[in-house]
Design a binder for this molecule. Structure first.
Ligand SMILES: NC(=O)C1=CN([C@@H]2O[C@H](COP(=O)(O)OP(=O)(O)OC[C@H]3O[C@@H](n4cnc5c(N)ncnc54)[C@H](O)[C@@H]3O)[C@@H](O)[C@H]2O)C=CC1
Ligand SMILES: O=P(O)(O)OC[C@H]1O[C@](O)(CO)[C@@H](O)[C@@H]1O
Length: 388
């Protein structure tokens, strides 16, 4: 019986990362999305290309053996597919997980086979699969919760690959960086064993991987984006070719490195090598990655467990240095009213309508007695004063 994976989110990461590696592992991929244009294209196009880009040049792979279902109009079909699938993955955005949970819950509830479904959320967020699992439990009958592990197991993941916004005439094809990392927890599968997906690095403890990735790759990437945006740069590469911004990115990643080295068994030398790799990756001209894409959704990126407040709060609790991270927060606070970015409009509203302390609580989720709180209030106050 052919292995089948249901993937929610036929976007850049869905088509260009997750589906590429599920296809390579011999899975039939069933895309689920709510965007008619993507579903229609996937249903009428029997293959698409993934072009991997690096300093060594380009290589192209052809993806086939996939189908697509619009979960807005064909929910029953999605439920049926999940009830007989081996794997469910998603790359929809952390704030969308609550919307895909109900249909996944119904699909899991309808399963009868001996092997539980493997559920792996592929999002830029710590514990994204746990978050999805929570929403799925909320959409499951009380008397079915205890037996749910017989029908599904949930594994957190850390995915890292840069997929910029694609050129308008790309169709389904995706231009993506060659580098990738995909670490997934192996422990939740227990006696059943994890699915056979060669691209995945299976680990028993994911925390070091996801914190290192989020607080190095995403923190550095978003710092470059926000400083670049405020300096009028168009792309991340352009921002990093400005030595002032590059030095700032390095200073921020020195702060997060001190936390990562202190917290996880990662040596300072190993972390420095990882930092150099990231700076080289995001300086890559080939990707044409815009500052607006990488800075998108500033409210999410300023939130409590995310790429700035997450490490800065831990550093403040440990008596560590976090001044450079505060600079990134300041630049993110200035990412207001950006065309097409609803959260940047909401950010401007929160800053306009609240006191510095109330805005800080709303935006960062910090407790008022947290050691980082007064430092962020000062930054928020400074940004608010500029607008007056
Ligand atoms: N683009 C990148 O370089 C990377 C992105 N990520 C993460 O992957 C996730 C997706 O990112 P992208 O692919 O860049 O975004 P994207 O916007 O290209 O794709 C998201 C897809 O989810 C779909 N979607 C929205 N609501 C849905 C729903 N209710 N049901 C099914 N599908 C729905 C959208 O229609 C879209 O096709 C995000 O969490 C992002 O942080 C992680 C690593 C790298
Ligand atoms: O996808 P998010 O969480 O908006 O973050 C933006 C960018 O961060 C990265 O995951 C890595 O920095 C990008 O590839 C991603 O698109």
């Amino acid at each position: 019986m052919e292995k089948k994976a249901i993937h929610f989110g036929g976007g850049n990461i869905g088509r260009g990362f997750v589906a590429e590696f599920l296809h390579a592992a011999g899975f039939e991929v069933v895309f689920v999305d709510v965007m008619d244009s993507i579903i229609n294209s996937l249903q009428t196009t029997k293959s698409y290309q993934v072009t991997e880009v690096s300093d060594e040049g380009e290589s192209t792979k052809t993806i086939t053996n996939y189908r697509a279902i619009n979960s807005k109009t064909h929910e029953a079909d999605v439920i049926k597919e999940i009830s007989t699938a081996d794997v469910v993955t998603c790359a929809v955005g952390p704030n969308i997980l609550k919307f895909i949970a109900p249909v996944i819950a119904k699909g899991i509830d309808a399963r009868k086979g001996p092997t539980p479904l493997a559920v792996i959320a592929c999002e830029n967020a710590i514990g994204a699969t746990d978050t999805l699992h929570g929403f799925i439990k909320e959409n499951t009958a009380q008397d079915r919760l205890e037996s749910m592990p017989d029908r599904a197991r949930f594994a957190n993941s850390a995915i890292d690959r840069i997929v910029p916004a694609q050129a308008a005439d790309s169709g389904l094809n995706v231009r993506i960086e060659k580098f990738y990392e995909w670490a997934v927890e192996s422990t939740p599968f227990g006696e059943h064993g994890h699915p056979d997906i060669p691209a995945i690095h299976w680990v028993s403890n994911l925390e070091p991987y996801i914190e290192r990735k989020l607080f190095t790759v995403n923190t550095g990437h978003a710092t470059a984006a926000y400083y670049g945006y405020n300096a009028g740069k168009k792309t991340i590469a352009e921002a990093l070719h400005d030595s002032r911004i590059r030095d700032i990115v390095r200073a921020v990643l020195q702060e997060t490195a001190s936390l990562i080295v202190d917290k996880h068994e990662i040596s300072a030398a190993e972390q420095q090598e990882y930092v150099e790799t990231i700076i080289a990756r995001i300086s890559n001209h080939y990707l044409e990655d815009s500052v607006e894409r990488v800075g998108r959704a500033p409210m999410r990126k300023l939130s409590r467990k995310e790429r700035f407040i997450g490490p800065a709060a831990q550093l403040a609790e440990r008596g560590g240095k976090f001044e450079s991270l505060l600079g990134s927060v300041e630049m993110a606070l200035r990412f207001q009213n950006v065309e097409g970015d609803d959260e940047s409009v909401e950010l401007a509203k929160v800053l306009k309508e609240n006191s510095p302390a109330d805005a800080t609580v709303q935006l960062t989720g910090l407790d008022r007695d947290h050691p980082l709180f007064p430092h962020v209030v000062k930054v928020v106050d400074g940004v608010q004063s500029e607008a007056k």
